[in-house]
Design a protein around this ligand. Structure first.
Ligand code: UT7
Length: 333
């Protein structure tokens, strides 16, 4: 079906659980130091909805509290809808990107749709830390084939699947959610270029089994592959968009490790001041990290109408995805 309209992000918001977990808190769990974590990752604190820092089990009602993936997603989703001047009833499709769903069945987007009053379609995407960028391409595709409004949310409660005894990676992860409304607008699509990929042979590098002890990662190998895959993917998206890195006003990478973010930006030739970064205070929130960093950059006035944004994520799978997006709400509300 040919597209007769474009798409634009018309609302955005993020949500973090109240509980702050500092590197000093992490030091009570195993032998590590604040200096080591900051130097190796750039992370000083993260938020936790659950894990060893929360005494009680989270409430099960997705409309209240901040203890589950659906609850965090609902708070971010409400914020993005409000910004766009919409309600859940206006949404044709709800896409929840998460690698930490609240249950196996049904998809977490179901209780989330209930909490948000969405009666259009609803589905989860699990592409790990590349999930939100997969979701952005998916949302744009639905708009191109006739949907009017897609609510796209990345939300995680990674602290529930963190192995808090594993000093090699437990300090990395945090909980949070970020959301955007993608709407059909007159004119051209904001998605100028994109690339998605997966290499399933790399599953042993980063996984969590149903009955296992939590996330297991071969950090150094993931680090090396992440840099290479993100640069290759971003280069493909830039080529499809027929732009170069000097045209990119804001680079919004997956927030996994500040050293990875800097290495990718350096290889692409993007100056540090054009990187959107929240990792210092959020840690790695997987599918949520890109929309949280985007909302932060927009709220701080770092993105203007017409600017080109480069999104790029990678994660367990291993998966990767990137997109070049022209910023502008496209609607005069
Ligand atoms: O979200 C997508 C997927 N995840 C990622 O992108 C993460 C990718 N990987 C990384 O970010 C990094 O590999 C880590 C931050 C996880 C680890 O940093 P690293 O620079 O690769 O450290 P390393 O694993 O090579 O360990 C270096 C040293 C080792 O000691 P020796 O052998 O040099 O004596 C470790 O035993 O640091 C030691 N170490 C620690 N020291 C203090 C490992 N964990 C810790 C710790 N505190 N928590």
């Amino acid at each position: 079906m040919p597209s007769e309209h474009g798409c634009a992000i018309t609302g955005w918001a993020s949500a973090l659980p109240d509980r702050v977990v500092t590197n000093q808190d992490i030091m009570t769990l195993f032998d590590t130091t604040d200096e080591w974590i900051v130097e190796r990752t750039g992370i000083r604190q993260r938020r936790a909805a659950d894990g060893p820092f929360v005494a009680d089990k989270p409430p099960v009602n997705p409309e209240g509290g901040m203890g589950t993936t659906a609850q965090l997603a609902a708070q971010a989703g409400h914020g993005a809808l409000e910004k766009a001047g919409l309600t859940g009833a206006d949404i044709d499709l709800l896409v929840l990107c998460t690698t930490s769903p609240d249950q196996l069945v049904p998809a977490t987007s179901s209780p989330l749709a209930n909490a948000l009053g969405v009666r259009g379609g609803g589905m989860d995407i699990n592409a790990a830390c590349a999930g939100f960028t997969y979701g952005l391409v998916t949302a744009s595709g639905f708009i191109a084939t006739g949907a009017q409004r897609v609510l796209l949310i990345g939300a995680e409660t990674l602290t529930r699947i963190t192995n808090w005894a594993d000093r090699s990676n437990a300090f990395l992860f945090g909980d949070g959610a970020g959301a955007v409304v993608v709407e059909a607008v007159p004119g051209e699509s904001s998605l100028l270029g994109w690339d998605v990929g997966v290499d399933g042979s790399l599953q042993p590098l980063f996984y969590a089994d149903h009955a296992g002890t939590g996330m297991t990662m071969r950090g150094q190998e993931v680090f090396r592959k992440a840099v290479r895959m993100t640069v290759e993917s971003a280069t493909k998206s830039l080529e499809m968009a027929k732009v170069s890195t000097s045209d990119i006003a804001m680079f919004v990478p997956h927030q996994a490790n500040v050293r990875i973010m800097d290495a990718v930006a350096e290889r692409l030739g993007i100056p540090k001041e054009r990187i959107a970064s929240v990792i210092e205070t959020t840690g790695n929130t997987s599918s949520a990290s890109i929309p949280i960093a985007l909302a932060d950059a927009v709220e701080h006035g770092r993105v203007s109408d017409g600017d080109l944004i480069l999104f790029a994520g990678f994660g367990a799978g291993m998966t990767w995805a990137s997109a070049v997006w022209r910023w502008g709400t496209g609607l005069s509300r």
